[in-house]
Design a protein around this ligand. Structure first.
Ligand SMILES: [Zn+2]
Length: 166
């Protein structure tokens, strides 16, 4: 089922919500959610989507950059390399690309969405960037929060001029 994606700035308050961990006994209940998240992400043409972007404030995100990955209760446990400015988009900011500082490689610890087993993976490049972006979402942070107040105001007015959210 394709869900609607929260958009900034009109859904800014909900996007600022900090997501809570998926409890150990609720993994059975997230199967449909995971399916819906992939369908919604593919429909919107993205490579990553966090639960909060469809209004579900659970610590979960999906990713597909040539391989489907699901991260439940993810934590970045190590960063590698210097932070570099990279072009970044967000399904909650359609049509917008901004420069955001990200590490080139990260280790992510998470739980498997089927077995709840703890796992760890090292992600590089686009996948590392995506994981940092999605985990920001779980903490209530979207790209505009990383911008200066002036740039943020400019972005909001640019989006309203495009007619998004009307
Ligand atoms: Zn995003």
């Amino acid at each position: 089922v394709i869900r609607s994606i929260l958009k900034w700035p009109q859904d800014g308050r909900r996007l600022h919500e900090k997501s809570v961990p998926v409890p150990g006994d609720e993994f059975e209940d997230i199967k449909e959610l995971v399916q819906d998240m992939f369908e919604t992400m593919y429909d919107a043409g993205g490579i990553g989507l966090a639960g909060i972007q469809i209004g579900v404030a659970l610590r979960i995100f999906v990713m597909d950059n040539h391989e489907q990955r699901v991260f439940v209760n993810p934590v970045i446990t190590a960063f590698f390399g210097k932070k570099e400015l990279k072009n970044e988009g967000c399904l909650s900011l359609p049509g917008i690309v901004e420069m955001v500082e990200r590490h080139e490689e990260v280790d992510v610890e998470y739980q498997d969405h089927v077995t709840a087993a703890k796992k760890k993976i090292r992600l590089k490049g686009i996948e590392a960037q995506c994981a940092q972006h999605e985990i920001d979402h779980l903490d209530g942070i979207t790209i505009p929060d990383k911008m200066s107040p002036l740039d943020r105001t400019r972005l909001a007015s640019k989006l309203s001029k495009k007619g998004i959210g009307i």
